[in-house]
Design a protein around this ligand. Structure first.
Ligand SMILES: Cc1cc2nc3c(=O)[nH]c(=O)nc-3n(C[C@H](O)[C@H](O)[C@H](O)COP(=O)(O)OP(=O)(O)OC[C@H]3O[C@@H](n4cnc5c(N)ncnc54)[C@H](O)[C@@H]3O)c2cc1C
Length: 423
């Protein structure tokens, strides 16, 4: 059976691998010249299986709204939001204040993440991939008592799901991460020992090479432009590449196009209201290892993620609702640098840092879109928001099992890809 995958980000490539390993013939179509050049390019590098959570949460909304007016505040909205931005915000708001929804979605995402962890461990045993990958735990820092209370609430949910975690006071947090500055406010941190890190771009490119060696075909520089459907079946897709427009046949199709899945969904008659939530990263070689993190952290003061990737350090931050605006303002990078220096002073030489911006493919309620669409031969694996690297191995396995008809040890209701079309 021939499966065509649209998109070669981390989600498309892990899906290609999972299907190839089950004996399917797979073709991946990607509009860029290589795998992982869009959102999977330079994200925070956290495989945060114990930290995945919907952003549609009343607590998060209360916490981030005041940050709109602070320079380092993580949330930014363009002065005149477009109708798509307003619609996304209202939908997120509605999801956040739907009784019980946050907790249900949070637990569903944590369960998918734990499944993803087991798939990553299995994958890393099967193939040797060089991506500065590590499972050294993650520490979420609290610099205030109220942040500590929030983290202890999260710890309760983790404990309910049997996900190991531990509260560290400030001294224990500094024992865990000895490079942390002594003179910055710190009450403690929630440590999730099963979490990990790794360079998503290196991983995706390495796995794409393994896929190719195992027989997966790749069509780079090729954009999917149209679908030819009849009744509830997708007959073929039109692509445009170097040799002009062309129709491609397949038995099954999987949409893994990240933020672009929204438009592709509309052509298929389904609503996937994925919004591109912009963020930034800075990556630099570690010059002073004693002042650098050992693993990966989230800092509550500046809302930045800080990750060690081999001999490099990456810091990321901001959630901007500006649609696809690829500008990288200096003030955003300066705020990320400031946040990092406030925790790990002098670890890197910023003059040599690489900057990047990317767009989290975010659904308004949080969970990704996983499963079959209105057409009987079209699946979607998109909309993982800020957790696509973490969830990739698990959601790829879910799609492969759905296609093969194999059992899946998860309740997938929260990930229903038709949930926005039924309303
Ligand atoms: C600042 C930032 C920090 C982040 N940090 C983390 C983190 O620490 N941990 C984590 O788990 N996640 C993180 N994320 C989120 C994560 O990076 C994404 O969820 C993930 O990369 C999404 O992968 P994807 O394959 O769905 O999308 P993408 O990587 O965007 O891949 C989609 C691909 O589809 C292709 N495509 C689109 N349309 C078409 C078309 N019509 N025809 C052909 N090809 C097409 C695109 O070119 C692209 O290559 C972060 C994101 C950002 C922005």
């Amino acid at each position: 059976m021939e499966v065509v995958i649209i998109g070669a980000g981390v989600v498309g490539i892990t899906t290609a691998w999972a299907l190839n390993q089950r004996g399917y013939q797979v073709t991946v179509i990607e509009k860029q010249s290589q795998a992982a050049l869009e959102t999977s390019r330079a994200n925070a590098g956290q495989r945060s299986y114990g930290h995945v959570s919907p952003w549609a949460s009343p607590k998060l909304i209360r916490k981030t709204l005041p940050s709109l007016v602070k320079r380092q505040g993580p949330l930014k909205i363009q002065p005149l939001p477009t109708p798509i931005t307003i619609h996304f915000l209202l939908s997120m708001w509605r999801a956040a204040y739907t009784p019980g929804l946050f907790q249900r979605n949070h637990e569903a995402m944590l369960q998918l993440a734990q499944f993803s962890r087991s798939q990553f461990l299995a994958l890393e045993k099967t193939v040797k991939l060089d991506f500065d990958g590590h499972h050294g735990g993650m520490l979420k820092l609290a610099s205030t008592e109220s942040e500590k209370r929030e983290l202890l609430d999260i710890a309760q949910t983790l404990q309910k799901l049997d996900i190991p975690c531990r509260w560290f006071d400030a001294a224990a947090a500094r024992d865990q991460e000895p490079g942390l500055r002594e003179d910055t406010p710190l009450v403690g941190g929630l440590h999730v020992p099963g979490d990990g890190s790794g360079d998503c771009h290196l991983f995706t490119q390495a796995l794409a090479r393994e896929c190719e060696a195992a027989g997966v075909r790749f069509r780079y520089d090729t954009t999917v432009t149209h679908f030819k459907t009849s009744e509830d079946h997708l007959e073929r897709i039109q692509v445009s590449g170097e040799s002009g427009p062309e129709w491609i046949d397949g038995d099954l199709f999987v949409v893994c196009a990240g933020c672009a899945s929204r438009e592709l969904g509309l052509s298929l008659g389904v609503k996937w209201p994925i919004y591109p939530v912009k963020g930034y990263s800075l990556t630099a070689r570690i010059e002073n290892p004693d002042h650098a993190p050992i693993s990966t952290l989230v800092d509550d003061r500046y809302s930045i993620a800080i990750t060690r990737l081999g001999n490099r350090l990456r810091a990321t931050g901001f959630a901007e609702l500006t649609e696809f605006n690829r500008k990288i303002p200096d003030r955003r990078l300066a705020a990320i640098r400031e946040g990092l220096e406030s925790r790990f002073q002098g670890a890197v030489d910023w003059s040599k840092a690489e900057s990047w911006t990317g767009f989290r493919p975010m659904t308004p309620d949080g969970p990704a879109l996983l499963g079959k669409t209105f057409q009987d031969n079209v699946y979607v694996n998109s909309g993982h928001g800020t957790w696509g690297w973490t969830l990739s191995a698990g959601s790829a396995e879910v799609i492969a099992r759905q296609i093969a008809g194999d059992p899946i040890p998860l309740n997938l209701q929260a990930f229903d890809p038709l949930r926005f079309s039924r309303k």
